[in-house]
Design a protein. Structure first.
Length: 89
């Protein structure tokens, strides 16, 4: 359980930093982080870090296609958590 918690802390911190860097690059009109990279990291456990970065840095919040895809990832994760918790009973 501690390993899983450590994994989620690391992945969320990583996604938060990468999204912040992407926002910084966007302001400087430089090369950006691909959206698929952000989505992949969010899918594999970094959705909280990406959500915090979106809110704190106001990153990708006006891009509706990004929000829809991100909400899809959150929906899948919430469904998996519910299934896991019900299966564990």
């Amino acid at each position: 359980m501690k390993v899983l918690l450590l994994y989620f802390l690391i992945i969320n911190f990583t996604v938060f930093i990468i999204a912040g860097y992407d926002k910084y690059q966007a302001r400087k009109n430089k090369r950006r982080i691909p959206e698929n990279t952000l989505f992949s990291l969010a899918f594999f456990g970094g959705s909280i870090g990406l959500l915090l970065a979106m809110l704190l840095f106001r990153h990708k919040t006006s891009k509706s296609s990004f929000i829809v895809k991100f909400c899809g990832i959150l929906g899948i994760q919430i469904t998996l958590i519910i299934v896991f918790l019900n299966y564990k009973k």
